[in-house]
Ligand binder design. Structure first.
Ligand SMILES: [Zn+2]
Length: 99
């Protein structure tokens, strides 16, 4: 008679964990998708989003920037722009943004 109750409880637990797992898996999948994108965007043989030229990684003020060898476009990873703008007040970067 305790078996029925245990089974029912087990069933509920399984359902609970199944739901938890599903959420965890979905979160993991979303994370993986993001890291896949980051991986694709973070490689040194990255292509310019504007012209398909090759991006050369270089350092500016200890922040790595990607410069296109074709169109001369400069690309920053997320957070890098912030790092540069934080460092610069009244420098070339703020002048650039105001022009
Ligand atoms: Zn380019």
């Amino acid at each position: 008679m305790a078996d029925i109750f245990d089974d029912r409880r087990k069933g509920l637990e399984e359902e609970y964990f199944h739901r938890q797992n599903k959420e965890a898996i979905e979160k993991l999948r979303a994370k993986m998708a993001v890291s896949e994108q980051a991986k694709a965007a973070g490689t040194s043989s990255m292509k310019c989003p504007r012209c398909d030229g090759k991006l050369e990684e270089s350092k500016f003020e200890e922040v790595s920037i990607d410069t296109c060898d074709k169109c001369g476009g400069v690309w920053l990873d997320s957070g890098e722009l912030e790092q540069l703008t934080k460092r610069e007040s009244g420098g070339w970067f703020s002048r650039l943004r105001h022009s």
